[in-house]
Design a binder for this molecule. Structure first.
Ligand SMILES: [Zn+2]
Ligand SMILES: [Zn+2]
Length: 261
């Protein structure tokens, strides 16, 4: 199967490589469309503010400049459709700010992702290494509660990497069938669709998000998926796209766009 689009890629407007190089790689890969989804956080709470300063994520300040850059890239590369999109950090406490920002920025579509539990980034293995099994179980449940709340908020077109915590070895293996079921049920009644995310498939973790059993639980409810490589470098688009295409083909899955329905 050839996928027409990759709906999840980063650029230098967050933690990825220069925007023109990402678009050029997408065109080289034969894609008809690429969605640029830079990280963004619009919370006014102190902790996310601090994390945001540390990481240098400021798309909420620079999206208009990026929009300008996208406009000239479209003129230079008319063969590829470039979407002006976002991967926004979600926390239930920030819903009003998120809603206001999305309305103001009017992106082509928005991915919402849960990247933080217990005030820590879910990929920060060291933070979780100090926790007991019972604490980890609770934190994983807290993570899925946030994912469900994200889906139920209906603020986003796409929910990013639903089981992202599985890529962190310290958090791996705590996801239960009850978690799958809660997410599946929420998705069944929401316009928000999940992605099939290839961000770690060629690395140590070696799976897509969602992982096979989770994916089957979702498919049991007729949930469909938006394809995303979650690339931060040009080579990642070229390397991950064939793996993603193969996965859609072997599952006999029809990819969906973030803006259908
Ligand atoms: Zn993410
Ligand atoms: Zn991403």
């Amino acid at each position: 199967m050839t996928l027409p689009a990759d709906y999840h890629a980063h650029s230098n407007y967050s933690d990825g490589r220069p925007l023109p190089s990402m678009v050029a790689a997408a065109a080289d890969a034969g894609l008809e469309a690429i969605g640029i989804t830079d990280h963004c956080n619009v919370s006014s709470r102190e902790l996310p503010q601090r994390a945001k300063r540390k990481l240098g994520f400021n798309l909420d300040q620079t999206y208009e400049r990026r929009r300008e850059a996208l406009r000239s890239l479209r003129e230079q590369s008319p063969s590829i459709t470039i979407y002006d999109a976002v991967e926004l950090d979600y926390d239930p406490r920030d819903e009003d700010e998120i809603e206001r920002f999305l309305e103001e920025a009017a992106f082509d579509y928005a991915i919402g992702s849960v990247h933080v539990v217990d005030g820590a980034n879910i990929f920060d293995g060291e933070y979780f290494a100090a926790k007991s099994e019972a604490e980890l179980q609770d934190l994983v449940t807290e993570y899925y509660e946030k994912v469900v709340s994200l889906i139920e908020s209906e603020l986003f077109d796409v929910v990013g990497h639903v089981d992202a915590i599985e890529r962190t070895p310290e958090l791996r293996g705590y996801t239960t069938e009850a978690h799958y079921e809660r997410v599946a049920e929420a998705l069944e009644f929401s316009p928000t669709v999940p992605e099939l995310n290839a961000g770690r498939v060629l690395e140590e973790y070696g799976h897509f998000h969602p992982a096979p059993t989770f994916l089957e639980a979702l498919r049991g409810r007729d949930v469909r998926f938006v394809p995303g490589t979650d690339s931060h470098r040009p080579a990642e688009i070229l390397n991950r796209l064939p793996a993603l295409e193969e996965r859609f083909a072997e599952l006999d899955l029809e990819p969906v766009t973030p803006f259908s329905e």
